[in-house]
Ligand binder design. Structure first.
Ligand SMILES: [Zn+2]
Length: 1085
């Protein structure tokens, strides 16, 4: 080839026009702040343009107020029928917890009559609720700028006067703590100033641009430096600012700014269509409002927080169709239904539309460490029945973002309550080890599993910020299996849940991912449910993904003080759980024995609902303010009164009426409500003791003389040294502590060489911050033995011997411990143990009282009773995971055993324990000063027992711990009755001693029991709940003399799952290790 070609011509300018410099990133990023500045550049920036007009002129806003007396919280009707006095901006209202009703008479001024969007802004620094003139609760308000606007109805732009009300509550989101320290006890004298009551004419374009700029600005600041998306974001933001300045902040320049923003976030961010793109999203945004059922405020305020928050959410749903709001706690729904039927109907309508999503399946978001197995079952039974009967569906996801550790049987109980999914996140607060999974299978003691997801954004009150979405991947720990996650956002407690800004931000973030940042910003979606999220996971597992597993408890490495704080509340919980066992058992028998007796379902429901309420995760753990414990004390006291009556009524129906005329002979009988025989020394009326060999049911308390070999004796060996002995043990008490506990049968010393059993010890207890919640590891360094005073003999035998010792703690505080040993008779059905009763007068500050048992037993693991089973934990500090468990939760006993011998420590009301090497330590009392300045001050009675046993840990300890907590109850009845003794043996479970018949009740929907929530079930049925307590497959037989038609295995919701073979009144059963099974015996009609 040859020849010449014509040179290419180019339009590219040949000569440079001007110098252009490279942008210095830090300067151009730093500049962005000016645009939305609230300080010196405010008037030159975007925010100064936010309102076309505004007024607080009393010509347009007439305020008057009614302040109810004595901190009462009257209803709308009561309040609005009172006389209102004039009020004005700048007035101050209080004190803490008081209520003030404002009548607002509002006229839209002429210059706003054609406004695009009018709002009423109200801020008094506290919480409020907007009511319509005719008494409909419309929307919540939270002061301090948290949620201050209420959108005025369009038809109010007519120049006429319109009336509405604001119910002001004198508390902030987090109560009334003084200063900035949220957990300090509330100041009773907080006053609030009404600082804003304005009509605002909003410039919606400015509001839109503000959020556009916020999110793109975050992209400019937070995207990776080596990615182009960060640079592009910075250019877009600077271009918006340049346009604004060039246009002098005109409306036109604002609209231009929005147009520029579209280059980065797309065209659809002003509507829900932004979510219509088909791109796959991995972050599921779910609105939520975590309302603590009590905490830094009492229940009465929670009822109002609920209506405020949920009304706000219903309002948002009208304007944001994509908005999905998951909301737990049946109790809160029940309050709403009872006190605010209009708001409840509104919620129901949103549930129907799929926007408001009931979730959780439980009565409240309860503590899971301390409630008994039966309590956990009832949380779900009452919760699921409420949800199903009101919304037509049961929950599939157990929702518990904020409780202090998760006990090992929850997956099993969830599965039995119809839930295969579990959401939480609190373990992100661990202060020792980082929990390694985000999405995994959590496995119970019996092998049952649920899919557990812990939000990687590590919060359940996210602001739906750019960073929350980014962290949904960057902190996701299960990406090998799955990259999806939940983003749970919305202000908690009094904040009322998601805000308009949050929903707007999410639209931008989705638009951004679809337009520019798909590779670097996780794509977020709104419009799905929590169940959609889990369903996708379950499908993925079904098609072959193996989720990582976690077996056993999800121990929380923080808040270990909550096993001990507010001792009285915990004691009430334990006592009432036992009371409920007895009431349901006796009432069931009574309803079978006597046609005239009506099973008191309504009362039982009420008692249970009260107990379940008090198990809320700030109530039972002890982390609420003093007012909350006044409330729970009152509820427990009420339960005691009603419970005693129910028990008496059931006993009377069984032929054991307490009422008698003076002429009638009487007899004292001992009732054994536990499903096994037991021998117990009981105190009979008068001053005497006797031994009762009790079968289940009614037993005589006639005096039985002891054989010489069975008698308990006490001697003062030398001055101050006492020996208590029975046929099993010789116990030496010196200086008030047990220096020797000798097992005569096995010929073994139980106390470690030189050790002091039952030694009271005091620790300094100042955790890093959360006083009522935490006991921190360093408290162990401050151990101080409390020296005992004189010891005296109290009981001299032969049934019971005891010695009492008074120990001084300080000038204000003391403990009187009575160490007792009962006669051990030839019977073998009850083991012998050394029991201790402590009376404590407690007035300390930030101290922790414990009692120690150094035992001559070696094992690297100790065993603790938990719900329906046992949990083993290390006695050493090998790893940081082991050491983190320096204080753990136990139920009725803790045990340290070797292969052939061990020691169980039983308790009647305690939950905190530690086993360090061979030192067993029961936690007794704490003295935190926040958030309750008087927590645990005063008198306490605590019982525990030291029970050495030959052989490894066995069902003997399980039974003994039940017996210890539920002693034979003695009642005096008139002799002319004929108690129905046979009914007590009408249902028995025989077989493996590890099978515990833990609950006997009537069927929820039996036709004579049902309260009508569901279709009645024909005839009568008896529900039995049995669990395997030791961890071994076990067989047994249910024998009944009742005329039973059919027997079903059911779930805890009492759905029949499987019919079992019934032959001659017998049903063979077999349970997996630690399995819980519910049986339903359908009686012949
Ligand atoms: Zn909470």
């Amino acid at each position: 080839m040859g020849g010449r070609s014509t040179p290419l011509s180019s339009s590219y300018p040949k000569l440079v026009e001007r110098p252009v410099g490279k942008q210095i990133e830090s300067i151009y990023t730093g500049r962005l702040r000016q645009f939305t500045d609230r300080g010196q550049y405010y008037h030159q920036g975007l925010l100064a343009k936010l309102y076309h007009n505004q007024t607080n002129d009393s010509k347009y806003i007439k305020l008057s107020v009614y302040s109810p007396p004595d901190l009462t919280r009257p209803t709308f009707k009561e309040a609005t029928s009172q006389k209102f006095k004039p009020a004005r901006l700048g007035d101050t209202f209080g004190p803490s917890w008081s209520t003030h009703w404002f009548k607002v008479q509002l006229t839209v001024p002429k210059n706003m009559l054609n406004a695009e969007h009018l709002e009423f802004h109200w801020d008094a620094g506290n919480e409020g609720l907007v009511w319509s003139e005719d008494g409909k609760p419309l929307q919540g308000l939270t002061g301090g700028g948290e949620r201050v606007e209420w959108i005025l109805p369009q038809d109010w732009q007519n120049g006429k006067e319109h009336t509405f009300y604001v119910e002001m509550a004198c508390n902030k989101m987090f109560g009334n703590a003084p200063g900035g320290d949220t957990i300090q006890p509330p100041d009773p004298n907080t006053y609030y100033t009404l600082s804003q009551a304005d009509i605002m004419d909003v410039n919606l374009a400015v509001r839109g641009l503000y959020v556009d700029f916020w999110e793109i600005g975050d992209a400019a600041r937070e995207f990776p430096e080596d990615g182009w998306q960060r640079h592009k974001a910075l250019q877009v933001c600077n271009a918006i600012m340049d346009a604004f300045i060039a246009g002098d902040g005109s409306q036109e320049s604002i609209l231009k700014g929005r147009k520029i923003a579209q280059e980065y976030i797309g065209k659809h961010v002003s509507s829900p269509t932004v979510y219509d793109s088909k791109e796959e999203s991995i972050v599921y945004a779910i609105g939520h409002c975590h309302i603590d059922t009590c905490w830094l405020w009492p229940w009465a305020e929670t009822k109002r927080k609920v209506v405020r928050s949920w009304s706000s959410q219903c309002d948002l749903m009208d304007r944001y169709p994509e908005h999905r709001f998951a909301c737990s706690q049946a109790q809160q729904y029940k309050w709403l239904k009872e006190y605010y039927p209009f708001a409840f109907d509104r919620v129901k309508e949103k549930v129907k539309r799929g926007q408001f999503q009931p979730i959780g399946g439980s009565w409240v978001e309860h503590d899971t460490n301390m409630p008994s197995g039966e309590s956990l079952v009832r949380q779900f039974l009452y919760g699921q029945r409420f949800f199903e009967s009101h919304f037509g569906e049961r929950c599939q996801t157990f929702w518990l973002p904020d409780t202090f550790g998760y006990s090992s049987q929850l997956p099993q109980i969830c599965r039995l309550a119809g839930m295969s999914r579990f959401f939480t996140q609190k373990l992100s607060w661990n202060n020792i080890n980082n929990f390694p999974h985000t999405t995994f299978n959590w496995v119970a003691l019996d092998g049952s599993q649920v899919i557990c997801h812990m939000a990687p954004s590590e919060t359940y009150t996210a602001d739906a910020d750019f960073g929350d979405v980014v962290r949904s991947v960057s902190q996701h720990k299960s990406l090998d299996q799955d990259n999806t996650s939940l983003l749970v956002f919305g202000k908690g407690d009094g904040g009322g849940g998601p805000t308009r800004d949050m929903l707007e931000k999410l639209r931008r973030l989705r638009g951004m991912a679809d337009t520019t940042a798909g590779g670097v910003l996780p794509r977020v979606h709104m419009g799905n449910t929590v169940d959609d999220f889990f369903k996708r996971l379950e499908d993925k597992v079904a098609s072959g993904t193996d989720l990582v597993t976690w077996y056993g408890e999800l121990y929380f490495e923080l808040h270990r003080g909550t096993y001990t704080t507010q001792a009285n509340n915990k004691r009430n919980n334990r006592k009432q759980e036992i009371m409920m066992h007895d009431i349901e058992y006796l009432a069931t028998l009574a309803s079978l024995s006597s046609k005239k007796y009506q099973y008191p379902k309504k009362e039982i429901d009420e008692l249970w609902e009260n107990i379940l309420l008090c198990q809320f995760h700030d109530c039972l753990p002890g982390s609420s303010i003093e007012m909350c414990y006044d409330d729970s004390d009152e509820l427990y006291a009420h339960n005691d009164v009603v419970g005693t009556k129910l028990k008496d009524n059931a006993l009377a129906a069984l032929g054991m009426s307490k009422s008698r005329t003076a002429s009638q002979d009487c007899e004292t009988v001992a009732i054994n409500t536990l499903p096994w025989d037991r021998t117990e020394i009981v105190k009979t009326p008068g001053d005497g003791y006797t031994v009762v060999h009790a079968e289940t049911g009614i037993n005589s308390t006639d005096k039985i003389e002891l054989l010489a070999s069975e008698k308990a004796t006490v001697t003062e060996k030398k001055d101050g040294v006492f020996v208590l002995a029975n046929s099993r043990f010789a116990v030496e008490v010196e200086n008030g502590v047990i220096t020797s506990l000798f097992d005569k049968k096995v010929k073994r010393e139980v106390i470690a060489h030189g050790g002091k059993g039952n030694q009271l010890v005091l620790f300094d207890d100042k955790p890093l911050y959360w006083q009522a919640w935490d006991v921190e590891v360093f408290h162990l360094n401050s151990r101080k033995e409390l020296p005992s005073g004189r010891t005296e003999i109290v009981d001299t035998g032969p049934y019971r011997v005891s010695v009492a010792t008074k120990t001084k703690i300080s000038d204000q505080s003391w403990v009187k411990t009575t160490i007792s040993l009962d006669a051990a008779t030839g019977e073998t059905d009850s083991p012998s143990y050394v029991s201790v009763e402590a009376d404590v007068e407690w007035h300390e500050t930030m101290k922790f009282l414990k009692v120690e048992f150094p035992v001559d037993v070696f094992n690297t693991e100790a065993t603790y009773e938990t719900q329906y089973g046992l949990v083993r934990r290390p006695t050493h500090y090998n790893t940081s995971w082991d050491m983190a468990k320096f204080e753990v939760c136990c139920h009725k006993f803790a045990d340290l055993s070797e292969a052939n011998y061990g020691v169980s420590v039983l308790n009647d009301s305690k939950y905190g324990f530690a086993t360090c090497g061979n030192l067993m330590r029961l936690s007794l009392l704490r003295a935190p000063k926040a958030p309750d300045a008087h927590a645990d001050m005063g008198h306490h009675t605590i019982k525990w027992a030291i029970m050495p046993h030959a052989g490894a840990l066995s069902a003997e300890t399980v039974h003994a711990a039940h017996n210890f907590n539920n002693p034979l109850s003695l009642i005096t009845i008139n002799n002319e009755q004929e108690p129905d003794e046979d009914i007590f043996t009408s249902i028995v479970v025989t077989g493996s001693s590890s099978l515990v018949l833990d609950c006997v009740k009537r069927g929820e929907d039996d036709e004579d029991v049902s309260r009508g929530e569901f279709d009645k079930r024909k005839g009568r049925s008896v529900i039995l709940r049995i669990y395997e307590s030791m961890g071994g497959k076990s067989r047994g037989t249910i024998r009944t003399t009742l005329s039973v038609d059919k027997v079903f295995k059911t779930n805890v919701l009492e759905d029949d799952l499987q019919e079992l073979k019934l032959a001659s009144g017998e049903v063979e059963i077999e349970l997996r290790p630690f399995e819980v099974v519910t049986y339903r015996l359908q009686l012949s009609s």
